[in-house]
Design a protein around this ligand. Structure first.
Ligand code: CP
Ligand code: NVA
Length: 310
């Protein structure tokens, strides 16, 4: 058994392969319980504070609904309304919130802010997306792949596009599960090298591989899953025109998917821009599992909350 009580969840590097696999299995159980109307009231009396410095649909609603289903209470805290938005320090915010509630989820810009919050909070902190990582998303991605493929052996996941937060977390998640991972992106948009090196170390132990290339066809070749994300992430809006041009040949479309396995899955963390990183034909087509993937956010996060607050 696994004791994750009190642990922070800032990146997937914080958890062992076995712990991640355990969380995914707990998520499967919680999903079944939810679908049969039997949610355990395992978080009765617990409050989750959710600080948002960026927009969100899935993260906010899946955490709120998930907390309520387990008998807990979610609090939406917009940084615009918190004193944080008027200059109160992260350290003071962490210490104060720790007096009232049981867990903090935060979505923000610099990853260091989440580390600072976790350092000063006496309660667990969950990363709900930073400029560098999106670990809750990667848990949902892995669960979705697992549901379709029933195992993580002999699988290749290909991510096409920006070497961003979602790419970083997916890369670590695949490495931890021993899934081969290939990422294709233009020069200048590569994932951070320390994260690639870390993922490659983990992959070596798991006897899988991490490949970074600028060639989308090479990445997509024989893939079991193709993954897309926006070319312009939150906070990069002023670069969006240049990015449209740079990423033009990295679109996931009919031609590119022809290199993947016939039964490939299409994944996307959403929100999506049809006609940019993916064509409507692919994201709305028969191989796309993006809404199941979005739904799985709630189930993996319930498993995570139960494990760290349990
Ligand atoms: N995928 C994801 O995190 O979506 P939101 O930005 O809507 O939370
Ligand atoms: N890479 C995107 C993911 C959104 C869920 C962003 O950071 O905006």
């Amino acid at each position: 058994t696994f004791n994750l009580k009190g642990k922070d969840f800032l990146t997937l590097l914080d958890f062992s392969s076995d712990e991640i696999f355990y969380l995914l299995n707990q998520a499967v159980k919680l999903k079944e319980a939810h679908l049969s109307g039997k949610n355990p009231k395992s978080l009765e009396g617990k409050t989750l504070g959710m600080i948002f410095e960026k927009s969100s649909t899935r993260t906010r609603v899946s955490f709120e609904a998930g907390m309520l289903q387990l008998g807990g209470h979610p609090l939406f805290l917009s940084s615009k309304d918190l004193q944080l938005g008027r200059g109160e320090t992260i350290a003071d915010t962490a210490k104060v919130l720790s007096q009232f509630i049981d867990c903090i989820m935060i979505r923000t810009f610099e990853h260091e802010k989440v580390e600072e919050l976790a350092k000063h909070a006496s309660i667990p902190v969950i990363n709900g997306l930073t400029d560098d990582f999106h670990p809750c998303q990667a848990l949902a991605d892995l669960l979705t792949i697992y549901e379709h493929k029933q195992s993580f052996s002999n699988l290749k996941v290909a991510y096409i596009g920006d070497g961003n937060n979602v790419a970083h977390s997916l890369m670590i998640g695949c490495a931890k599960m021993g899934v081969d991972f290939a990422l294709a992106c233009p020069d200048g948009y590569k994932p951070k090298s320390w994260i690639v090196e870390k993922a490659q170390e983990i992959a070596k132990e798991m006897q899988s591989s991490i490949v970074i290339t600028d060639n989308p066809i090479q990445a997509a070749k024989d893939a079991d899953a193709l993954y897309g994300d926006v070319w312009t992430s939150m906070g990069q809006e002023e670069e969006s025109k240049a990015r449209l041009e740079t990423f033009a040949s990295y679109q996931i479309n009919k031609e590119l998917v022809s290199y993947a396995k016939d039964d490939y899955l299409f994944l996307h963390c959403l929100p999506a821009h049809r006609g940019e990183e993916v064509t409507a034909e692919i994201i709305d087509g028969p191989n796309s599992v993006v809404f199941q993937q979005a739904g799985n956010r709630m189930h993996v996060q319930k498993a995570l909350l139960q494990a760290i607050l349990g």
